[in-house]
Design a binder for this molecule. Structure first.
Ligand SMILES: Cc1ncc(COP(=O)(O)O)c(C=O)c1O
Length: 213
């Protein structure tokens, strides 16, 4: 829905994005912003780059396996084909709690598997820095989850600045950070750290993937 609204608003503004960006936890806000533009791209109505950004501490799209898995840790859901780190994977306690999900929506997984989307994993310190830059410039404090999209948007804008190419960048500011003040305070006090996900832990969780014939 939000992508359809964005399409209409951009039409009113006489613009069209060159790049569309969303953060990915389970995939809903990313799909919301990106799918209408992807549909247009597949119909040959506009060439764009679509970027999905996830936390380095829970990298299901960039480091997970495309396999059948449970959508929940209790293993009660039907099996679904998705990018997964294994339903037993427990990510580090990063502040972007909404992105700490082991799997990914099947449709988002499918388009990533088809190579229609670029994927990126970002560390939380870089994301908080981007969120603060955005807050100072726009007066809006993003949620730690949204900071992943903000980071990619700023990186793309800086790339444009370096290359001297002007591009329209659309990203989903999927939530405010009004309930995440402590996270910002801790970030500014230097108390946050970047956590590398444990490859051994993922290997263990993936070893528990259900066997599907
Ligand atoms: C602000 C915010 N953004 C993003 C997400 C991630 O969910 P999804 O990837 O399904 O949009 C959450 C989840 O709780 C959230 O709270």
């Amino acid at each position: 829905m939000i992508g359809q609204e964005a399409l209409t608003q951009l039409e009113m503004a006489g613009d069209y994005p060159d790049i569309v960006i969303g953060c990915t936890g389970g995939g809903s806000n990313f799909a919301g912003i990106a799918f209408p533009f992807l549909g247009a791209k597949l119909r040959g109505e506009g060439e764009i780059k679509i970027i999905a950004v996830e936390p380095a501490a829970c990298p299901s799209l960039t480091r997970g396996k495309y396999a059948y898995d449970f959508g929940d840790t209790a293993q009660l859901t039907p099996l679904t084909k998705m990018h997964t780190l294994g339903s037993g994977f427990v990510p580090e306690g990063i502040h972007a709690g909404g992105l700490r999900y082991h799997g990914m929506a099947p449709l988002v997984s499918h388009i990533v598997n088809l190579g229609l989307v670029e994927t990126r994993a970002e560390y939380q310190l870089g994301c908080f820095a981007a969120g603060l830059t955005f807050a100072r410039a726009e007066g809006i404090l993003p949620a730690p989850e949204a900071n992943h999209a903000v980071k990619a948007a700023i990186d793309e804008a800086l790339r444009c600045k370096e290359s001297g190419v002007s591009k329209s960048i659309l990203f989903n500011l999927c939530g405010h950070g009004h309930f995440d003040m402590q996270a910002y305070i801790d970030y500014q006090a230097g108390k946050l750290v970047d956590t590398e996900y444990s490859a051994a832990e993922v290997a263990m969780a993936l070893a528990g993937l259900p066997v599907v014939d």
